[in-house]
Write a protein of this length. Structure first.
Length: 201
């Protein structure tokens, strides 16, 4: 396929020093808990079919190539692959999640989206998906520019800190809220930035 040789293999990616060690340790510490479908992050898994439906209703996926950046354990990739039978690839920081994707038979490479997206050729995918990940980057604008370069279209979702229940808790208790979809306290989270739906416009 066009541009295929420009994408690093999993083995090549593993040999590269492409991540911040402290950041990687932080993600690895919560990886097992984060991707436990019945654990405290269960609501994030429950919204996968909703995300799938949202994407499917708005874009024609048949015969398209999709890149899932920050794909985690491949939950969304699996849905896209199994239900839509489309070609989907993933980029993921955490090694355990990469191994889980490979175990599921999903094509994924390990890498940091802030430093590794350069390996993908221009317009090599029809759609690039970045779900619940943008707020964890140190340089989100750099990542967005790369996504727009790689994909013909980009689909982004973020935690909505403007949701009325979140704002109400902040108003009445004066603390960053802990919710079903945002279960970590402010000092123990991978989120660097807070945003809401209005910020996406």
């Amino acid at each position: 396929m066009e541009g295929e040789n420009n994408i690093l293999s999993f083995e090549e990616s593993m040999k590269k020093e492409n991540t911040d060690k402290d950041e990687l340790e932080k993600f690895e510490a919560i990886a097992k808990e984060w991707w436990d479908t019945q654990g405290k992050f269960k609501p994030l898994h429950d919204i996968n079919p909703i995300r799938m439906g949202y994407i499917s209703e708005r874009v024609e996926l048949k015969g398209k190539r999709v890149l899932d950046v920050g794909c985690g354990d491949g939950s969304l990739m699996s849905l896209l692959n199994e239900e839509k039978h489309i070609e989907v690839r993933g980029l993921e920081l955490n090694q355990e999640n990469v191994q889980e994707c490979i175990h599921k038979g999903l094509p994924v490479i390990q890498g940091n989206a802030e430093t590794e997206l350069h390996q993908f050729p221009d317009k090599s995918f029809d759609y690039v998906v970045l779900s619940q990940t943008l707020q964890a980057f140190y340089e989100p604008e750099k990542v967005l520019r790369n996504l727009l370069r790689i994909g013909k279209s980009v689909v982004i979702s973020i935690p909505n800190f403007g949701y009325w229940k979140v704002r109400t808790k902040l108003l009445f208790f004066g603390k960053m809220p802990v919710t079903k979809t945002l279960p970590n306290t402010w000092y123990n989270t991978c989120l660097l930035y807070t945003s809401d739906a209005a910020d996406e416009e």
